[in-house]
Design a protein around this ligand. Sequence first.
Ligand code: AMP
Ligand code: TRP
Length: 339
Amino acid sequence: MTEVVHTPRVFSGIQPSGGLTLGNYLGAIKRFVDMQESGIETLYCMVDLHAITVWQDPADLRHNTRELAAGYIAAGLDPAKSILFNQSQVSAHAELGWLFSCVARMGWMKRMTQFKDKAGKNAENASLGLFGYPALMAADILIYHSTHVPVGEDQKQHLELTRDVAAKFNHDFGVDFFPMTEPVIEGAATRVMSLRDGTKKMSKSDPSDAARINMTDDADTIAKKIRKAKTDPDALPSEAKGLEDRPEARNLVNIFAALSDQSADAVLADVGGKQFSEFKPMLVDLAVEKLSPISAEMARLMGDPAEIDRILGQGSARARKIANPILEKTYDIVGMIRS
Ligand code: AMP
Ligand code: TRP
């Protein structure tokens, strides 16, 4: 069989399950903007169906979906260039998600570390949706025949599973229909760590607000959190390899590097030898300079929720135009009558 060449198409998504963090911005959204600017077709989704795999208060979900859309736009995603939409408005995601839950195997799901982390000790009481989450994620990506998916480091395993689903579907039905998607895990901050514990990921669900920078934090709050961030007593090294056993120091240097679009080595060539008492104020200035305009723009956009809803509605219509023919073809391959 000749191999089908798929035109480049980028897809990624973020759950509207809380506020956006600096981890989401540096690990994901900033990369989304870069890919938009590279001229490839880009689709960015608020994955509301994924969010409800754990309990979401309906009013909060609505608010968080709009705020996430505002965050995307404020950070530089342009609805005229990228397709911005929420997942539940494109029913093809859920439909292909079902087909994929009949392709993916229980054993694959059981190995997923995100499920183990989120379900915790009481896995018997987790929702079935949380368990099957990666099948829906594979559908999000493959319903557009996406070729590239920018994400943070923590999503690598899910993207491997997406490739497994595509390969098994193609093999089971003897087709070369779904592409082998490439993860794009790039930049200086693919895994932003907690400001309180350099061995834990910065997360919107961390009980301590001091552990993260939220995209809605004002300048004073950002400054306070960085000043209080855990560090060690040593001066900064002059090369990134000197940070190997210093998780907190490495995290702050990586954040600086990502915010200033440099490598950690380039940052350390400048600041190597400095103490944190000198480096932290530099990081505060940089973070405030880069993040304040975004949070101000988010607040402005949130003043007009109807406009956000309109953008999501238009994006969804564009997304459906791509997704529906691929869904129809998939149903046909599987043997469903569509009269
Ligand atoms: P989530 O908030 O779990 O829906 O994640 C949305 C996107 O942000 C995914 O691509 C994640 O990999 C990325 N992300 C979340 N937290 C971090 C972090 N601490 N560092 C880097 N990327 C992150
Ligand atoms: N699982 C991702 C997360 O928790 C969110 C997500 C859902 C996603 N569907 C996706 C990311 C498709 C990339 C592509 O961060």
